[in-house]
Design a protein around this ligand. Structure first.
Ligand SMILES: C[S@@+](CC[C@H](N)C(=O)[O-])C[C@H]1O[C@@H](n2cnc3c(N)ncnc32)[C@H](O)[C@@H]1O
Length: 318
């Protein structure tokens, strides 16, 4: 396990948005190396429940649990099951949720985790270190489905070409290394003018798929409706357009803007509910120039904030 650090993205903006207060209970759904958690604990006499599905992150956080005893609880699990994890602690109402999506620097930097095409490692990509690996996916999935994943989760326009090449390769030998996959993609995808490694989108798509990142996000957004107290804040930092769109649509749908109501839905289903959230960021916030300069990982960050209204959560509203 690496003890390497992670520079928290848009830290000040996230903490300002959460408005931590004495006695408030906050959930950091993506503990990582605890950048947001520590700032939340330092800002006021808060209680923080931090969650991470990566056992390495939870192990690395034990010193912090000790330092802030008894105000920090660190749980191992997926934030998509936040409601269940919190119920296990007899917590049913909270004052804020922070999500800093994606992977941490220690996860990317440790080649053995298999997230990186920059350093060769096993083709793994599992944040939780359990379940099917990226190698399992690329060596077993039907060519068509593989292409669809690369296209929808990676915006990869050469998805079919890549999927075909993977299937041809695996007919003779199983793909097991990140370096192998990256080389294979580089052979069939032309280099773009922006200098982006041609393997970037393929790795992104596989990572999102292996970790069910969109499903996780949808589940936690839904759970936030019942968990957040009135005036409780939902604060999400995302790093690619797919995630940002999911967050934006959720916030709009539940704030009475109704922009995402489909004309294909029956009239009854389109009835406007009382808003469950108030959107506090009409446009997503982005990092300052100084932060983008000093932390390249921050460059694509988008921060959205919504505040829970007084409207009670109803089963039908979720
Ligand atoms: C970008 S890092 C968070 C960094 C953190 N804000 C900090 O300052 O150190 C994302 C972390 O969230 C975790 N993570 C991502 N998706 C998760 C999920 N669905 N459930 C639980 N943890 C998740 C990852 O394992 C990783 O440690």
């Amino acid at each position: 396990m690496t003890t390497a650090s992670h520079t928290p993205v848009m830290l000040r903006e996230v903490i300002d948005a959460l408005k931590p207060r004495d006695g408030g209970v906050y959930v950091d759904g993506t503990f990582g190396r605890g950048g947001y958690t520590r700032a939340l604990l330092d800002a006021a006499e808060t209680k923080v429940v931090a969650i991470d599905r990566d056992p390495d992150a939870v192990a690395a956080g034990q010193q912090m649990v000790f330092d802030y005893k008894p105000r920090l609880t660190l749980l191992h699990g997926p934030f998509g099951a936040m409601d269940v994890l919190l119920a296990g602690q007899h917590i049913f109402h909270i004052d804020g949720i922070a999500l800093d999506l994606g992977v941490s620097s220690p996860q990317i930097d440790e080649a053995e985790r298999g997230f990186s095409f920059a350093a060769d490692g096993p083709l793994d990509m599992r944040m939780s270190k359990s379940g099917p690996t990226a190698a399992d996916i690329v060596n077993t999935m039907h060519e068509r489905e593989l292409a669809d994943i690369l296209y929808t989760l990676g915006d990869e326009r050469y998805s079919r070409r890549i999927a075909k090449s993977i299937v041809e390769h695996r007919a003779t030998r199983r793909l097991t290394r990140t370096g192998e996959l990256a080389d294979l993609v580089r052979k069939v995808v032309p280099r773009s003018k922006d200098g982006l490694d041609p393997a970037t989108r393929t790795f992104q798509a596989l990572r999102i798929y292996v970790n069910d990142e969109i499903g996780e996000l949808n589940r936690t957004l839904k759970a936030s409706i019942a968990l957040l107290n009135p005036s409780g804040r939902l604060v999400v930092v995302s790093f690619h357009s797919l995630e940002d769109r999911v967050v934006k649509e959720f916030m709009r749908r539940h704030s009475g803007l109704g922009a995402s109501v489909s004309r294909h839905l029956p009239a009854n289903d389109q009835a406007q509910e009382e808003p469950l959230f108030r959107i506090l960021t009409q446009k997503p916030m982005t990092p300052s120039e100084a932060e983008a300069k000093s932390n390249p990982r921050a460059r694509s960050a988008k921060l959205r904030v919504a505040e829970r209204t007084e409207t009670p959560a109803k089963e039908s509203a979720r």
